[in-house]
Write a new protein. Structure first.
Length: 51
């Protein structure tokens, strides 16, 4: 029984870290897209004001 509980604990820990890793990549991607959109918005606004 001890080996089974250790195996389940390691599985849960690996699952936890995999979820956190995926969430980190998603957060990084969303932040990158938001930064790109902000740069495009401010660049377009600057070009629009020059005309």
């Amino acid at each position: 029984m001890i080996h089974l509980s250790v195996a389940i604990g390691r599985f849960v820990e690996a699952l936890f870290w995999a979820i956190l890793r995926a969430a980190g990549w998603v957060a990084f991607a969303v932040a990158g897209v938001m930064l790109a959109c902000a740069l495009l918005f401010f660049g377009a606004r600057r070009l629009w004001r020059r005309r």
